[in-house]
Design a protein around this ligand. Structure first.
Ligand code: SAH
Length: 581
């Protein structure tokens, strides 16, 4: 489940909000701008709630239930995915589940109420009577038909008893009215539902289909054909598509896009294993049955094995956790956090963080990326060992982990994306080359410090500009001087990254001397320090008055061009016009 958005209207609710937040890793507190400071600021309550709801984000609103209902009412007519929505009294004295019964709202209500030491206001009859939602089986199980499920629960509520056929360990302690001779039955089976109205059918995800020799010709059509073949084999054995736990393929095909698309069409994870060479196989490739043997660590029955058609099917007596089947394709995503506050991080970066198993980066940034789940491994390192960190990321990813490398701002601007690509580009070892190349590598952009600072100041980058790092750690100082001359001469606005540090005390002064040869003393200079972070400051000075003491390594320095100007209307603004004379 996605972590919930905990939405508050004022500072009075912050304590309760933080207590609820501690229950859900990755959750954030959203506060009305100007009323309270939290993780995310919003400006209009109703619009914000509707936006969250439309994205399927679970909502915990610390305000009157009526306000919540009225806010999302316009969206309720559309039947779509309904995320859990709860209203919680701001002092924590009441927890009211409102929507999302099938998405686990009552489970959340119970969790929060337990933490707040109150009784949840549960109104779902089935839940109240049977202590659990029969229609909401745990991970690893899927309800065959929700319409049938609702009828079934009404029958139970009307006083009927039920039998339980098959293994339903989560119902062991539920106070369900049971009887061995009951007309109604809860049936836990991988077999397809036959339409019988007096049975509630729940499918354990206990089937794995292995395929080999998938075409490398990536097209939606080939993927659809493969998915159809898998469904066909399930159907031939009377098995429900919902009982499929994973699609399994050979590690040699880890980069095959057809397999990935077919798995996503089947709505199951794609896993990989190294089978044994099949001596009879035409191309000597892994046989599908050998993949099943290599990937499954529990007893199972091979129900279907067709080496000719290159497909085999395993049935296990128990629901399977896909994470235990073979291994996943490793993933490495290099993300930018933006300047600091959560609102300026792009949603794709947040999504990558949420699904990561391992997070790497400079400790300060890893902290900015939180809150993380206790199960996520953090590999914090000193900022300087960048190549070593990049290699470590590939090691983890090529072992099947889902790795996120964090940078501040944009990962491609004086940050980790280039180091990661350099590590991949320059690895010489053949085995490493193969393993690292198979990793699903992606880079997610972020709001760079120059953009974040410029936006606060106005639009100093409104015309041609350049970004320069003044650090001579990785390039000779002579190159920096040369670029400064050229950039100043070309009348580009200049954004200085890494302007100064204890180890590089004199460089900024020298850089400013060069710029002053070309630019007037009145040229505006924007200084953004810790932009988007607590205690951030923004100042505009002139090139003439700027001193290195005004700048430290947490400062972004934007030096204007000959046309950059300042004015004060409502606030102080700096901009560089779009035109030139
Ligand atoms: N990848 C980062 C830049 C890393 S270089 C980005 O795209 O923003 C580090 C330099 O960036 C710092 O020395 C400082 O000049 C600048 N910087 C990074 N974060 C900043 C912030 N929040 N406020 C001001 N400057 C920042």
């Amino acid at each position: 489940m996605k972590p919930p958005a905990i939405v508050i209207l004022g500072a009075g609710a912050l304590d309760t909000a933080r207590r609820i937040q501690s229950l859900y890793a990755g959750s954030q507190v959203h506060a009305l701008q100007g009323r309270a400071q939290a993780d995310v600021a919003y400006s209009e309550f109703g619009a914000h709630l509707r936006d969250l709801y439309a994205r399927g984000t679970p909502i915990v609103a610390l305000c009157a239930a009526g306000i919540v209902i009225r806010s999302i009412a316009p969206l309720l007519a559309d039947k779509g995915v309904e995320p859990p929505v709860l209203a919680v009294a701001e002092d924590g004295s009441a927890v009211v589940p409102l929507l999302g019964g099938l998405a686990g709202v009552n489970v959340m209500a119970r969790e929060m109420a337990a933490a707040l030491a109150v009784a949840p206001a549960i109104t779902t009859s089935g839940e109240l009577r049977f202590g659990t939602c029969v229609l909401n089986p745990p991970d690893g199980y899927a309800l065959a038909d929700i319409g049938q499920g609702k009828r079934f629960v009404s029958d139970l509520l009307a006083g009927e008893s039920t039998r339980i056929e098959g293994d339903a360990p989560w119902l062991d302690d539920a106070p369900l009215p049971r009887s061995a001779s009951a007309r109604l039955a809860i049936r836990v089976t991988p077999r397809a539902w036959d339409g019988r109205q007096d049975e509630l059918v729940i499918h354990p995800r206990c089937v794995v289909v292995a395929v080999t020799g998938a075409s490398a010709d990536a097209s939606t059509e080939t993927a659809a054909r493969l998915a159809a073949r898998v469904r066909g084999v399930l159907d031939a054995h009377g098995l429900a598509p919902l009982s499929l736990a994973a699609l399994l393929a050979s590690s040699a095909q880890v980069t095959n896009a057809v397999l990935a698309e077919a798995a996503s069409a089947l709505n199951v994870p794609l896993r990989f294993a190294d089978g044994e060479d099949d001596e009879d196989g035409e191309d000597g490739a892994d046989s599908p049955a050998s993949l099943l043997h290599a990937a499954l660590r529990i007893p199972f029955e091979t129900v279907h094995d067709d080496p000719q058609e290159r497909i085999a099917l395993a049935l296990s007596p128990l629901a399977l956790d896909p994470a235990t089947i073979g291994r996943a394709r490793g993933k490495l995503t290099v993300i930018g956090l933006g300047p600091g506050n959560a609102e300026l991080m792009v949603p794709a970066a947040r999504a990558a963080l949420d699904e990561a198993t391992d997070i790497l980066g400079y400790e300060t940034y890893v902290k900015m990326a939180g809150p993380l789940r206790a199960t996520q491994r953090v590999h914090g390192t000193d900022n300087r060992e960048e190549m070593q960190r990049a290699r470590h990321a590939f090691e983890l990813a090529s072992a099947g982990r889902s790795v996120v490398m964090v940078s501040s701002g944009d990962p491609g601007v004086f940050a980790m994306a280039a180091a990661v690509l350099e590590a991949l580009d320059t690895t010489q070892d053949a085995a490493q080359n193969a393993a690292w190349s198979a990793v699903e590598l992606g880079i997610v952009p972020g709001v760079s410090a120059a953009m974040a600072t410029a936006a606060q100041a106005g639009a100093p980058l409104g015309h041609d500009f350049c970004m320069l790092s003044l650090s001579d750690n990785l390039k000779p100082w002579a190159i920096i001087e040369k670029r400064l001359h050229h950039a100043a001469q070309a009348d580009l606005v200049m954004a200085f990254y890494n302007p100064i540090s204890r180890a590089r005390p004199w460089q900024l002064d020298k850089a400013l001397d060069i710029v002053r040869e070309y630019r007037a003393a009145q040229t505006p200079v924007v200084l953004g320090r810790d932009i988007g972070r607590p205690g951030g400051t923004l100042r505009t000075v002139t090139l003439g008055e700027l001193r290195p003491a005004d700048v430290d390594m947490r400062t972004m320095v934007i030096v204007g061009s000959s046309t950059t100007r300042c004015f004060s209307k409502g606030a102080q603004w700096v901009y560089t016009p779009r035109w030139y004379e």
